[in-house]
Design a binder for this molecule. Sequence first.
Ligand SMILES: NC(=O)C1=CN([C@@H]2O[C@H](COP(=O)(O)OP(=O)(O)OC[C@H]3O[C@@H](n4cnc5c(N)ncnc54)[C@H](OP(=O)(O)O)[C@@H]3O)[C@@H](O)[C@H]2O)C=CC1
Ligand SMILES: O=C1CO[C@H](CO)[C@@H](O)[C@@H]1O
Length: 381
Amino acid sequence: MSSDKKVRVAVVGLGFGAEFIPIYQKHPNAEIVAVCRRNKAELDKTADKYGIPKRFTSYEDLLKDPDIDAVHINSPIPDHGPQSIAALKAGKHVACTVPMATTKEQIREIVELQRRTGKVYMMMETVVYAREYLFARELYDKGELGRVQFLRGSHQQDMDGWPDYWPGLPPMWYATHCVSPCLALLSKPGAPALAGKVSCYGSGRIREELVPKYNSPFAVETATFTIKGTDVCAEVTRSLFDVARQYRESFDVTGSKKSFEWQQVEGEDPVVHTKNTPEKPLTELEIPSRVKVPDFAHLLPEPIRTFTMPQAIQDADHLSFLQGGGHGGSHPHLTHNFLMAVLGDRPAFPDAPTSANWTLVGICAHESALAGGQQVEIPAY
Ligand SMILES: NC(=O)C1=CN([C@@H]2O[C@H](COP(=O)(O)OP(=O)(O)OC[C@H]3O[C@@H](n4cnc5c(N)ncnc54)[C@H](OP(=O)(O)O)[C@@H]3O)[C@@H](O)[C@H]2O)C=CC1
Ligand SMILES: O=C1CO[C@H](CO)[C@@H](O)[C@@H]1O
């Protein structure tokens, strides 16, 4: 990208969201013009730290500011849908953290508004820019995996102690971290792989006081879904409460020549299994081997390359980073892709219809679990 145009960005929600401020500030094609959160003292603290002049405690006021081209939303989950809709209506480009929304109606409206306004919408899904995913993708693109036979994702996380919109949340309403890599891997530029039908079972039960919050009883939800235009199916598992499991956001791809498996425990390396063949015989012990996943900072503009590394994490004590292992160095990749999409250099990935499909897998999966595992067709918007 040789353009020296700068996208004028406002970051909304300054917990996880604050992490992106220094990346935008260092990016040659961005300028952070404003930040927003409701708590004035905390707002000023962040704005002072990064030297940002415009500060909004009201999101509605921010949207009226003509000096802002794009908003990057990092507010609580129930706000993602309504805030994205309001921003598109106000003529802003939108980057929004996961999930896109929590209802089919909001998702449909975002997709329709994006089409009507021509503004960029991108769901800022970290996993599909994490180095583990980029490594598996590279193996696939080089033909090393062979034919993809199956895909699996899991996201297990203990949300006790997290803010008040989490307790009781249906696990599949926050499934994009495990759904997205399965679909992204089979996507080609301009031709995203999309889920078709999903079937899901709920398992176990969360403690009684959490159940009425979202009328969702399940401790674990596990779903299988079809991928349109392929003979491949994927399986995803999610848990949020009352499950003994270290944090794990995982992605496995089973291929005819090689398979990639995410590490079992944080801090280990992933495993690549190689098929034993007469041409290249392998003993059982030689089939699996641990691999060191490389970093993919070389894909980024030089000034933001350091942000793939843990040392560049501003708030390393935020639960997100402790539990998410720093999100595989994905933040600068997401930031760069969004800015390039706004400048017309490439399509957003995921764009609005793709973000919708990734999020709808989870919404429809929860619907299926409540109906005892009945298959649900994922709507195409
Ligand atoms: N890997 C990933 O993709 C990750 C994604 N996330 C997503 O990011 C979101 C934010 O996570 P996190 O920072 O942990 O959440 P928090 O609940 O800790 O922070 C939410 C932020 O949004 C602000 N906020 C809340 N309501 C509004 C509003 N109406 N207008 C403007 N700002 C508002 C809050 O400030 P105030 O109360 O002062 O308004 C606060 O700064 C979550 O919804 C989660 O889905 C989080 C971590 C990692
Ligand atoms: O690292 C993380 C911590 O928690 C968040 C909420 O589930 C995740 O989105 C994230 O990937």
